[in-house]
Design a protein around this ligand. Structure first.
Ligand code: NAD
Ligand code: DAU
Length: 352
């Protein structure tokens, strides 16, 4: 594998795992990680690979109309893996415009720069857009799944912005022939997950004996996938997926929120030497999220049968590993919750 690949959002949760996988697995690639380092971007996630010769970090914003074409001109990218986004549903409810700006306009700005830089000669080029299962809306408790043919029906400003970006990606294929590929993935969990999302928030609160907020009655269902398995899927699709296709990625692993929280409490009690049942007393039912999607469940059979990917880890094992990671990376958690990590990157990155 040779060439220069742009990965956007590589300082975030999933992006950092994707960057690490590509930088360490493919020494022939030059990986440029472009990230604006918003509150969700943290270069501490990548400190183990920061000095590798095939890795470059660039601080920049995907919405910048002047800077993005310059970046394409400077690095002559062969491919793009686009993960940068505003990603938290609750934030999208309080600040929808930020989501439109980054997820819709930012994606279009990248698409346009790729189209112009590649000058309509798309041989050997690929624009991979990383999206979410939330674009499909919500399922009932009826045993159905999201497939690649499920009609788009987003409900939150976040999912509407991701759906819109998906449409623009397809429009660039249909209108200009830009060689795109899209994946829509279910909920990820694992190391480096920002503790505003359910699993790391619960781990952090249990550890600190703080209330665990469960929205509504905790009956909503999510399909959880280990983040490293998502990164492996992205690797597979980037290299072997067919241009113009969409691939669903999921864990085939549905959990009601409340059952998941009880499971986490049980694991944490065991690991922290607390009496079983102690942490569950922290569970606090709070006002439901507006427009809260009831159930997500992914049918990933296309990816499994056509490209041979499958999840590598059982959920219980993944949760144990995740809890272990948070318990042995207290400094990361402290830095993130105190805002200290923003100081870390002020001194660590080089403007290129
Ligand atoms: P994250 O919020 O942890 O990270 C997002 C990263 O993008 C951060 O490093 C942030 O600094 C960067 N970023 C934000 N705005 C930017 C901008 N304007 N310019 C440049 N960089 C910017 O998100 P995540 O959970 O890692 O999600 C990554 C991608 O995967 C997103 O596109 C998301 O929609 C998608 N996705 C996430 C999940 C999940 O469970 N977390 C599941 C499916 C799909
Ligand atoms: O499905 C993929 C999506 O998964 C991604 O596209 C998003 O970027 C990612 O954030 C995630 O979205 P969710 O809204 O499903 O994740 P979150 O961790 O915010 O919430 C998971 C479930 O837990 C959801 O039903 C809401 C609930 N919840 C969440 C929080 C933060 C609570 O009950 N309490 C909480 O405090």
């Amino acid at each position: 594998m040779k060439g220069t690949i742009l990965i956007t959002g590589g300082a975030g949760f999933i992006g950092s795992h994707v960057v690490r996988l590509f930088v360490t697995k493919y020494s022939g690639y030059r990986i440029v990680n472009l990230d604006a380092l918003t509150y969700a971007g943290n270069l501490e996630n990548l400190k183990d690979i920061a000095d590798l010769p095939n890795y470059i970090f660039v601080k920049g914003d995907i919405t910048d109309e002047k800077f993005i074409p310059e970046l394409f001109n400077q690095y002559k990218f062969d491919g793009v893996i686009h993960l940068a986004a505003e990603s938290h549903v609750d934030r999208s409810i309080t600040d929808p415009l930020a989501f439109i700006r980054t997820n819709v306009f930012g994606t279009c700005n990248l698409l346009n720069a790729a189209k112009n830089a590649w000058k309509d000669n798309f041989e050997g080029k690929r624009f991979y857009h990383v999206s979410t299962d939330e674009v499909y809306g919500a399922l009932e408790f009826d045993g159905t799944y999201f497939t690649e043919n499920t009609k788009y029906d987003p409900h939150s400003p976040y999912s509407a912005s991701k759906a819109s970006s998906d449409h623009f990606v397809r429009a660039y294929l249909d209108t200009y022939g830009l060689p795109v590929v899209i994946s829509n993935c279910s909920n990820n969990y694992g190391a480096n997950h920002f503790p505003e999302k359910l699993i790391p928030l619960a781990i952090n609160n249990i550890k600190n004996k703080k209330p665990i907020p469960v929205y509504g009655k905790g009956e909503n269902v999510r399909d959880w996938l280990w983040v490293n398995d998502h990164a492996r899927a992205i690797d597979t699709i980037f290299h072997n997926g067919k241009t113009g296709q969409t691939y669903n990625i999921g864990g085939n692993n549905e959990w009601k929120n409340i059952d998941l929280i009880y499971k986490l409490c049980e694991i944490m009690d065991r690991k922290l030497g607390r009496a079983q049942g102690e942490s569950a007393q922290l569970i606090t039912f709070v006002k439901d999220r507006a427009g809260h999607d009831l159930r997500y469940a992914i049918d990933s059979s296309k990816l499994q049968s056509e490209l041979g990917w499958k999840p590598s880890l059982q959920f219980e094992e993944g949760l144990e590993k995740t809890v272990d990671w948070y318990l042995s990376n207290q400094e990361w958690l402290d830095n993130v919750t105190s805002g200290q990590y923003q100081k870390y990157y002020e001194v660590q990155y080089t403007e290129r």
